[in-house]
Write a protein that binds this ligand. Structure first.
Ligand SMILES: NC(=O)c1ccc[n+]([C@@H]2O[C@H](COP(=O)([O-])OP(=O)(O)OC[C@H]3O[C@@H](n4cnc5c(N)ncnc54)[C@H](O)[C@@H]3O)[C@@H](O)[C@H]2O)c1
Length: 487
């Protein structure tokens, strides 16, 4: 089995050093039994055929084609369906090419599940559409694999938790960050008791002016679509903390605002006239030219005439309703505290986590892109894996990761982080193995990485409560959000 995920994450996101490893360290990749010869392949439908769908399409036409196959598409935009349908037909390697797969619009989900005998719906649509698609898929008789965030608000949590309770069907949450070896290693350190009982976590995440700016160009820029970055992006981070601590959030306070992107901030800083969109506006480091990447061009520019969606808006154009600077305080049920911050216009990208315990502390530092290298024409490097950052500039902040553990009265020690495989810090490829062949695992995961809907609720609970705290200026007890379930 090939260990590379051919479609990586967002093309504007940095690719961390650990992602580039081709040879995983011993014990990183779990072992699976071969599928029984007489077992039919599972029938998958993909709901939302945009960028993220690519990872699942590649998996089901590549490494995991022996256990599952795509039988239908669901998306309001036929242009994006065309892009993936061609990929699936090309992967068929038969002559003549296999026919196009059946396609449906979102209002036809129930008909799709029935007509195509769909076993599992993979939900890779915009965040605000997840709850309805998940609920309807479950009630139509399919299981679900859903991308983060599970949903954007308490109402979405209620819809999903009720549908799970009433149908008894399965919802897999794809929390790929858990699978990055650096994050798994930190969980092992905490679970081993080396730093004692955890009393607090300090977690800082920095998105740089390429990757961070990208959230302010797309549907994410409107809070009603994404829940803001504390739901859309930080649900990854809050899930990590919940999982590292094996605990659930109890009370949340937050503050935040739009301080850098947006038309008002740009005007106040004296930024002059800007192009409305990045395509065909060369020489601007904050612009994204959809013609610069064949996937971006095929999925978005060529599909624009169907729905008018523009993926390359100027991050300083009016209409942004999400924050770019956020600070959050969380009390955990078990007594630990979390202080968290997210900044979306940093000159470098990465994160720092400090975990304080009764016997010492652990510190994880990750640099995913030490600086944004601007070539002479002024355009940002979109994919640092394709265009590596020159070594000369990396001396002070090289890409990499380091986990230090220091017990009371002892010197600091570096804990080795095993090499991973594929995108997202070495997490995506192993995640896909659990998603598509988890029932064939030879042993349960000692790290408990596979996640379900309840983990999804626990992660978005923090962002949903933080949004409420930012709105009211008051701390928000998670138990009062009305999520439809006890965490
Ligand atoms: N885990 C990760 O690291 C990761 C990375 C990227 C994206 N994601 C998640 O994947 C999801 C999709 O993100 P993306 O970047 O692919 O977005 P995208 O805009 O590229 O694609 C979304 C697709 O959904 C379609 N769509 C819109 N409304 C729909 C509806 N009601 N039903 C079905 N389809 C609909 C759009 O036409 C589009 O094709 C998001 O929830 C995002 O948070 C996760």
């Amino acid at each position: 089995m090939s260990i590379h995920s051919p479609v990586d994450q967002n093309p504007t996101a940095p690719l961390p050093a650990s992602s580039r490893s081709a040879t995983p360290a011993a014990g990183v990749v779990p072992e699976f039994a071969p599928p029984p010869a007489d077992r039919p392949r599972k029938r998958y439908a993909v709901a939302g055929t945009g960028h993220r769908a690519g990872m699942y399409v590649s998996a089901l036409t590549g490494d995991h084609a022996d256990v599952g196959h795509i039988v239908a598409w669901l998306d309001p935009n036929p242009g994006r369906i065309d892009w993936y349908d061609a990929q699936v037909r090309d992967a068929g390697a038969s002559d003549p090419r296999p026919p196009a797969l059946p396609r449906y619009t979102p209002d036809e989900l129930e008909r799709m599940v029935a007509e195509q005998k769909v076993d599992v719906v993979i939900v890779t649509s915009p965040d605000h559409t997840h709850a309805a698609l998940v609920e309807r898929a479950l009630r139509a008789g399919a299981d679900v694999v859903v991308e983060k965030p599970l949903t954007t608000d308490a109402e979405g949590c209620r819809r999903i938790t009720q549908a799970v309770a009433e149908t008894g069907r399965d919802v897999v949450m794809t929390f790929n960050y858990r699978y990055a070896p650096r994050n798994s290693t930190l969980r092992e350190v905490i679970a081993s008791g080396r730093i004692g009982t955890v009393t607090g976590v300090h977690f800082e995440w920095a998105l740089d002016t390429v990757h961070g700016a990208d959230y302010f160009r797309r549907w994410h820029r409107e809070k009603e679509n994404s829940g803001g970055l504390l739901v859309h992006k930080s649900s990854h981070h809050f899930d990590l903390v919940n999982w590292w601590l094996d605990d659930v959030p109890r009370r949340v306070f937050a503050s935040g605002g739009l301080r850098f992107y947006g038309d008002v901030n740009a005007r106040e800083r004296g930024v002059g006239e800007r192009p409305e969109r990045g395509t065909d506006a060369p020489g601007d480091p904050f612009s994204l030219d959809l013609r610069s990447d064949p996937r971006l061009e095929g999925l978005y520019l060529d599909a624009e005439h169907h729905d008018g969606y523009r993926r390359d808006l100027d991050p300083f154009a009016p209409g942004i309703t999400i924050e770019d600077n956020m600070a959050v305080l969380v009390d955990y049920r078990g007594g630990a505290l979390l202080t968290y911050s997210l900044n979306a216009h940093s000159p470098w990208e990465g994160y720092r986590v400090t975990v304080n315990g009764t016997a010492g502390r652990a510190e994880l530092e990750v640099v995913e892109r030490g600086f944004v290298d601007l070539p002479e024409n002024g355009e940002a490097v979109l994919d640092p894996s394709a265009t590596p950052v020159p070594a000369a500039g990396e001396a002070l902040r090289p890409d990499g990761e380091r986990l230090i553990v220091q017990r009371h009265w002892e010197r600091a020690e570096e804990v080795p982080i095993p090499a991973g495989i594929g995108g997202h810090g070495g997490g995506d490829a192993i995640l896909l193995m659990d998603v598509f062949r988890g029932d064939l695992r030879l042993a349960p995961d000692p790290l408990r990485r596979p996640a379900g809907y309840l983990d999804g609720v626990r992660a978005v609970a923090v962002g949903i409560a933080a949004n409420e705290a930012m709105r009211t200026g008051q701390p928000v007890p998670v138990g009062e959000l009305g999520l439809g379930t006890d965490l």
